[in-house]
Design a protein around this ligand. Structure first.
Ligand code: 13P
Length: 248
C-alpha cells in the first residue's frame, strides 16, 4: 500500500512563509513516488500553495470545512470553495476542533458527508485523551468516533488518522506497540463497515511524529502513514519524514 504523509500546519504560516516552505520542500521530495505527500496550510494560504505545487507530487489539504454549499454562514468555508482553491483533501474531526470548537460526532459526520459529496479526499481524525486512556476507555472512544463519524460514508477517498490527544504537541509519542494496537482495532472496525475494502484504507498515526521516530512507527503493520504537526513546519524536517525509507 502506498503510504500517505500529511503536514498539518494548524494556525501557522503566512502566505509568504508558505511560499518559502514550498520553494525549499518541493525539490527535496521531487523523486518520491511511493508516498502520497500532502500539505495543509491555513485557509488564507491555500490558493498560493496551490499555485506553488502545480505540476509537482505534492497535494493540498484544508484543515476544516463547512457542510453547506453556500449561504449566510459567516466565517465558514464551503466544500466547493476548497476545490476552487486547489484542495484535493480536507482534514476533518481533528481533536483540536473537537476540543476548542465543540465539534461532536454528528458535526464531524456532516462534514465528512459534505466533503465526500464534493469529491474531496477526507483525512478523518480520531483519538483518545489521556484521561480516557488511563481509565481504559481508549477502545470505547475510538469505536464511537469511527462508527458515528463514518455513519453512511463509503470508503472511497477515505484516510483515517489515529491521533492520541496526549501525544499531540507533547513530545510523548505513542510507542509502536501502542499505535499498532489501536490501528489494528480501527482496521477491525473498518472491516465491519467496509467488508472487502478495509484493507486498502490508509490509517495514519499522528502525535509527536519526528524524523527520529517515523521509521519505527511506519514499520507497524497497520500504520500506513503519518499526520504531522510540529515537525512538518520546517521543509528539511518534513522532507526527512517523507523520505523515511532512505533515513533508515
Ligand atoms: P504534533 O506532530 O505537533 O504532535 O501534532 C500532531 C497533530 O495534531 C497533527 O494533526
Amino acid at each position: 500500500m502506498k503510504s500517505f504523509i500529511a503536514a498539518n500546519w494548524k494556525m501557522n504560516k503566512t502566505i509568504s512563509e508558505t511560499g518559502e516552505f514550498l520553494r525549499d520542500f518541493i525539490p527535496l521530495v521531487k523523486d518520491v513516488t511511493d508516498v502520497d505527500i500532502v500539505v495543509a496550510p491555513p485557509f488564507t494560504a491555500l490558493s498560493a500553495a496551490a499555485g506553488a505545487i502545480q505540476g509537482t507530487n505534492v497535494r493540498l489539504a484544508a484543515q476544516d470545512i463547512f457542510w453547506e454549499e453556500k449561504g449566510a454562514y459567516t466565517g465558514e468555508v464551503a466544500p466547493g470553495m476548497l476545490l476552487d482553491a486547489g484542495c484535493t483533501h480536507v482534514i476533518i474531526g481533528h481533536s483540536e476542533r473537537r476540543q476548542y470548537f465543540h465539534e461532536d460526532d454528528a458535526v464531524v459526520n456532516r462534514k465528512v458527508r459534505a466533503a465526500k459529496k464534493a469529491g474531496l479526499g477526507v483525512i478523518f481524525c480520531v483519538g483518545e485523551s489521556l484521561g480516557e486512556r488511563e481509565s481504559n476507555r481508549t477502545f470505547e472512544v475510538i469505536r464511537r468516533e469511527v462508527e458515528k463519524g463514518l455513519e453512511g460514508i463509503d470508503a472511497d477517498g477515505l484516510v483515517v488518522a489515529y491521533e492520541p490527544i496526549w501525544a499531540i504537541g507533547t513530545g510523548k509519542t505513542a510507542s509502536p506497540d501502542q499505535a499498532q494496537e489501536v490501528h489494528a482495532f480501527i482496521r477491525d472496525i473498518l472491516g465491519k463497515l467496509y467488508a472487502g475494502t478495509a484493507e486498502g484504507i490508509r490509517i495514519l498515526y499522528g502525535g509527536s511524529v519526528t524524523p527520529d521516530n517515523v521509521s519505527s512507527l511506519m514499520a507497524c503493520k497497520d500504520v500506513n502513514g503519518g499526520l504531522v504537526g510540529g515537525a512538518s513546519l520546517k521543509a528539511d524536517s518534513f522532507a526527512k519524514l517523507v523520505c523515511y525509507k532512505k533515513e533508515k
